[in-house]
Design a protein around this ligand. Structure first.
Ligand SMILES: CC(C)(COP(=O)(O)OP(=O)(O)OC[C@H]1O[C@@H](n2cnc3c(N)ncnc32)[C@H](O)[C@@H]1OP(=O)(O)O)[C@@H](O)C(=O)NCCC(=O)NCCS
Length: 175
């Protein structure tokens, strides 16, 4: 059995409304409906919504039946300044990563990494060099694994829990 690989997933740009079901299931199950899983900036010109699609049913020898061609993860990118801490970049050099999640049944197989690769490509395509986020504690290890650094200590967000700001600096085109 070979391990997961980024090419087992395809990342595509989504319309804002295409992110909502997955946001509801993975990030905001407490909200009454998927239609309410929106961010005020979703429809703005600087918003980019990415989806990751499985390319095959059993690409890793793990059963993912019925997932071929199915949306298994989303994230969104916004042109927003970091306000939680002092950062060593200019606002115009960075994009903020938000509402990132993958379906529980595909976790650990590379879908999240494929989304970060797609988000990094978008940062560079727009002539920027930094991708940053306010990370939930459960995702610290994921972002660290992908090269993000911590920018501050832990802070609490009401109803959501402990977070830290994390950033990935892309000084050259991604390999
Ligand atoms: C965090 C999340 C997006 C990761 O997605 P994923 O599809 O499992 O990510 P990948 O499979 O691409 O993982 C990439 C690498 O990170 C590792 N990893 C994934 N989640 C991790 C975690 N929580 N802690 C440590 N390492 C982790 C994987 O093992 C993999 O390592 P490898 O390259 O050695 O194989 C997913 O777990 C999720 O949606 N969680 C719930 C929602 C959430 O917390 N979103 C983040 C909001 S800030």
């Amino acid at each position: 059995m070979r391990g997961p690989h980024l090419t087992d997933f395809e990342v595509r740009v989504l319309r804002p409304e295409e992110t909502r079901e997955l946001r509801h299931r993975v990030l905001w199950p407490h909200k009454p409906s998927a239609q309410q899983c929106v961010i005020d900036l979703d429809e703005t010109d600087h918003a980019t919504h990415l989806g990751v699609f499985a390319q095959d049913d059993e690409p890793w020898g793990v059963s993912l039946k019925r997932h071929a061609g199915v949306l298994v993860g989303v994230c969104s990118l916004f042109d927003q300044p970091c306000i939680r801490c002092k950062v060593p970049w200019e606002d115009h050099e960075a994009l903020r990563l938000r509402v990132m999640g993958t379906l529980p049944e595909v976790r650990g197989l590379g879908a999240g990494a494929a989304l970060i690769a797609g988000a990094s490509d978008e940062v560079l395509r727009r002539g920027k060099t930094v991708l940053w986020c306010d990370a939930r504690e459960v995702a610290f290890g994921f972002y660290e694994r992908l090269g993000f650094d911590f920018m501050n200590e832990v802070y609490e967000l009401p109803d959501v829990g402990p977070h830290r700001t994390m950033a990935l600096v892309l000084s050259s085109p991604r390999n």
